[in-house]
Design a protein around this ligand. Structure first.
Ligand code: TRP
Length: 73
């Protein structure tokens, strides 16, 4: 197993109350962490041993190795 779980990506909140939700790796996929960002706040996130997916709720810009995208306004 690698200790490099992948590239970071960046979430920039475009409104108050954007949620960055981490989902667990393994047999069950469930929420394990929810981080609330206010407008202009930036969070750097990475996939880890514990986190296999991330869900972003609210208006945000997401910068990833695949490109930059926005959630629907
Ligand atoms: N303790 C979590 C982990 O190591 C922290 C984390 C990493 C996280 N990436 C995340 C939380 C993405 C929310 C979203 O997996």
């Amino acid at each position: 197993m690698t200790d490099n779980w992948g590239d970071y990506f960046v979430v920039k909140a475009k409104e108050n109350g954007v949620n960055v939700i981490g989902l667990t790796r393994g047999k069950d996929t469930r929420f394990h962490h929810s981080e609330k960002l206010d407008k202009g706040e930036v969070m750097m996130v990475q996939f880890t041993e514990h986190t296999s997916a991330v869900k972003i709720r609210g208006k945000a810009e997401i910068m990833t190795p695949f490109g930059t995208m926005n959630t629907e306004d």
